[in-house]
Design a protein around this ligand. Structure first.
Ligand code: NAI
Ligand code: MG
Length: 342
């Protein structure tokens, strides 16, 4: 039996609820595939911030550095500014562990829609940068400056990852750009994309301006396979594509350090959804697919496929759906149906 030690950060709101669902599924799959998962749970969250003044303890990263993977629900709570939860927890983990790939597969589960694509989002630099500042605060001359950071190594490694993935899939890569309006960083991005693809045969790249790309993704998602995008563009695109595929509650994500020097972190795309938190109606599927991605990363592709097949059979063979998909099922009903299918 193979053993793995997982650091679990349930977080806030529905993060806690979907984490519980994902763990129930992981326990069932572990029994079936002889995988021994042990969990260490961390209370890092906005609740902790309100009680103790920090999302995570000083030196928190060293507590999870030696785990095989990190599983996170979602963080964010009314009363705590969103930049506190993002910069106090998610970004330090993503950057501290050089999880430079944010992988977001988008696939409809009911087989009714022709959408099966992966957004490869750059996860360590780009528009999400703390370089900048504010001047003359509180006066009529108040101003804010925020710098984007694009580096040759940073862009090269994400483009190479996306090219590898496209090669293994259909050979079609779309690069999200905006080189007409953003005239320094985006032409730089485009140049590196062109350089890297020139070294490959078997992959074709199409560059699309992000605004037009959004419109095409809504109107005809079937034309896309792998999409590589900067941090901000990839963030927006993946929420959009998830909604096109049915609900943001269905979408999984992985923050990967492909070099495996550090643990990777697995978290659904959605946030803590304060509007529905505590009511037991959150869609657990995004978190459960996230668990499948984690198993795949840990070398258990059969167990991962088993979860995906169970999800597909629940979606094609039953009408158990949470309210975000138009149903009346509760989180636990859908989770139970998935475990029965496993
Ligand atoms: P959100 O994803 O939490 O919610 C957006 C909408 O989608 C809401 O109407 C919500 O009810 C619905 N929704 C999301 N996940 C769902 C699920 N599993 N089942 C059913 N419905 C679902 O995004 P929002 O409202 O922008 O952010 C809420 C909080 O979450 C904020 O504090 C934000 O900063 C945080 N957040 C955290 C993330 C993370 O921890 N990775 C990612 C995105 C937002
Ligand atoms: Mg987002």
């Amino acid at each position: 039996m193979q053993s793995h030690r997982i650091a679990v950060i349930p977080g806030d709101g529905i993060g806690v609820e979907v984490c519980g669902a994902a763990r129930a599924v992981l326990d069932a799959i572990g029994r079936r595939h002889a995988i021994d998962l042990t969990y260490d749970e961390f209370d890092w969250s906005c609740a902790r911030y309100l009680a103790e003044g920090a999302m995570m303890p000083t030196g928190g990263l060293s507590q999870i550095r030696h785990h095989d993977a990190i599983f996170l629900g979602a963080v964010g709570a009314p009363g705590v500014a969103d930049h506190v939860s993002l910069w106090g927890l998610l970004i330090p983990i993503r950057r501290g562990f050089q999880q430079f790939v944010n992988l977001r597969p988008i696939r409809a589960l009911d087989g009714r829609q022709d959408i099966d694509l992966v957004v490869v989002r750059e996860n360590c630099e780009g528009e999400y940068s703390e370089i900048g500042g504010r001047l003359y605060q509180g006066t009529s001359a108040e101003m804010a400056v925020q710098e984007s950071v694009f580096t040759r190594p940073g862009v090269t490694r994400i483009v190479d990852y996306a090219l590898d993935l496209a090669e293994r899939r259909t050979g079609r890569l779309t690069s999200a750009t905006k080189s007409n309006g953003i005239i320094h960083t985006m032409p730089f991005w485009d140049e590196i994309v062109a350089e890297r693809v020139a070294e490959r045969s078997g992959v074709s790249v199409r560059s699309e301006h992000i605004d037009a790309l959004c419109a095409k993704l809504v109107l005809d998602p079937a034309q896309f396979d792998v999409i590589v995008a900067s941090n901000l563009f990839g963030d927006i695109l993946s929420d959009l594509a998830a909604a096109v595929a049915g609900s943001i509650g269905l979408a999984p994500a992985a923050n990967l350090d492909p070099t495996r020097a550090h643990p990777s972190m697995f978290e659904p795309v959605h946030g803590s959804a304060p509007d529905i938190a505590g009511r037991g109606i959150a869609n657990p599927v995004g978190a459960i697919r996230t668990a499948a991605m984690m198993l795949d990363h840990l070398g258990h592709s059969e167990a991962s496929d088993n979860i995906m097949a169970a999800l597909e059979s629940v979606f094609s063979g039953t009408s158990v759906r949470t309210p975000d998909l138009g149903g009346t099922a509760r989180t636990e009903d859908l989770t139970r149906a998935i475990i029965e299918a496993i």
